[in-house]
Design a protein. Structure first.
Length: 202
């Protein structure tokens, strides 16, 4: 570029040519935390302050809605393009992916109570997916590391909780045999010392 200076009388003089160069490119990086549970919206993205440009900076996930905070929360798993811009309109993007664990699933098997009214039935729970280790509960209050419960007959909801606090439930029924009862019909001996008395047990 060449700039010419002129005064009120029409006198002018050219200045030496000079060059305006482009500033450094504006760029940044982003970090994330993955969603805790499959299908959940607990992921976050944190954008570092751009290495060039002038504050204040703004950030967006859609290029339309902007915010001054460099942190985005409540995000489900997916691929994101983070838009950022500085005071004078310079802008850029950075791509980042939020992941999620596999679906936490549960199954349960039972062994019936041996005798009516006893508490020796068993529930054995199994888990897959999510993030190990797992914990198990049949009331949602008391949790244990063992996946086996000794219980009386009844209807239960087995809950399995993974390391991230994700929960899968499984309804299960523990059965028992009918109560064992007995009755008898007695026939007395026909005479003292006789051996023809009878007891009929049902």
């Amino acid at each position: 570029h060449t700039v010419t200076v002129q005064d009120a009388f029409g006198c002018f003089t050219p200045l030496l040519p000079f060059t305006i160069t482009a500033g450094p490119p504006i760029s940044t990086t982003a970090t994330k935390t993955d969603a805790l549970c499959n299908g959940g919206s607990t992921g976050t993205i944190t954008v570092a302050q751009p290495a060039a440009g002038n504050a204040p900076y703004e950030y967006s996930l859609d290029g339309v809605t902007w915010q001054t905070s460099n942190v985005f929360t409540g995000l489900p798993a997916g691929n994101y393009t983070v838009f950022f811009r500085e005071r004078d309109g310079c802008n850029g993007t950075v791509n980042i992916t939020i992941a999620e664990p596999s679906v936490l699933t549960s199954t349960a098997a039972t062994v019936p109570v041996v005798c009516n009214g006893q508490s020796n039935g068993t529930i054995t729970a199994s888990a897959a997916g999510g993030v190990a280790p797992y914990e198990y509960s049949i009331d949602g209050l008391i949790w244990q590391g063992s996946n086996i419960f000794n219980v009386p007959a009844g209807v239960y909801t087995v809950q399995i909780r993974d390391f991230n606090g994700c929960i899968s439930t499984q309804p299960i029924t523990v059965t028992q045999p009918a109560a064992l009862t007995a009755s008898s019909v007695n026939t007395n001996a026909t005479c003292n010392g006789g051996l023809d008395g009878k007891i009929l047990i049902t």
